[in-house]
Design a binder for this molecule. Structure first.
Ligand SMILES: O=C(O)CCC(=O)C(=O)O
Ligand SMILES: [Fe+2]
Length: 259
């Protein structure tokens, strides 16, 4: 039986200046990408979300940021994790990652396509589509959590088994005429920027009557691939397996809906 640890509480971070993120270019046209279910209603993948050249630019840029190594001694009940991290609140970057990439389009309108781009509900009206989007994402997707986290795992580093919490956040107003939006996170977004040996994100499905010993689902990091998984009350226990060769770089945010 897998241990059920909580994630460590986020530590208050010293104030850091906003990184001068490289532009998100080149990108593949949204029409060439699909949101593919790995486990329906739980885990979705977007391959080539960021092309290889952009991943290389990002990995070398991120290496210049002041990453800090998380301590290897967690508090009681906390997941053990050992990696180098950088965390920043950057609503502009979160918005860029949501709207200038294919993410917004895939999540809001193309979440039911199969791997061939076929949508069996394509004939239905927009309100039925919006309702199914709300069901899947836990509300109408507004964008990404401005809390951007960067992880670097070198050989020997890992993130122990845990659940990801849903968090209440406040989305800042997009301009001076609008108001802040009370919001809540519902899904985790991971974007892998490198491939490596080991370092799989492994999900452990709950045993059921029909299947008392379900196989774990392991996702090997693939440069440019995005992964979305449901978190909060419906989160599956998961881990970042130990990296055995190369470096695993991950960009983490969350999907956000109104609260
Ligand atoms: O690095 C990974 O593969 C998993 C990361 C993770 O579980 C998290 O950020 O909560
Ligand atoms: Fe997690």
């Amino acid at each position: 039986m897998a241990p059920k640890f909580k994630k460590p509480d986020p530590k208050p971070q010293p104030k850091t200046t906003t990184p001068n993120w490289p532009p998100l270019r080149p990108l593949l046209p949204a029409a060439d990408l699909t949101l593919t279910p790995l486990l329906t209603d739980q885990i979705y993948l977007i391959r080539n979300f960021l092309p290889g050249t952009l991943c290389k630019t990002y990995a070398s840029f991120l290496a210049s940021l002041p990453l800090t190594t998380t301590p290897g001694t967690p508090k009681k009940d906390e997941a053990l994790r050992v990696n180098d991290r950088f965390q920043i609140d950057d609503a502009r970057f979160a918005e860029m990652l949501w709207s200038t990439t294919a993410l917004k389009e895939l999540v809001t309108t193309r979440f039911e396509e199969d791997e061939y781009g076929y949508d069996q509900h394509a004939e239905e009206d927009d309100s039925a589509l919006a309702e199914r989007a709300r069901q899947l994402w836990g509300g109408e997707p507004l964008g990404l959590n401005p809390n951007i986290r960067i992880y670097r795992y070198s050989a020997g580093q890992f993130f122990g088994q845990h659940y990801d919490d849903a968090n209440n956040i406040t989305l800042p107003p997009p301009n001076s005429r609008s108001k802040a939006t009370p919001a809540r996170t519902t899904w985790t977004l991971l974007v892998y920027l490198t491939s490596c040996t080991g370092g799989e994100t492994i999900f452990y499905p709950e045993p059921t009557r029909a299947n008392r010993n379900p196989e774990p689902i392991a996702v090997a990091p693939e440069a440019g691939m995005a992964l979305l998984h449901r978190h909060g009350d419906h989160c599956m226990i998961h881990e970042g397996a130990e990296v055995t060769g190369g470096e695993k770089w991950v960009l983490r945010s969350d999907l956000v809906v109104p609260r």
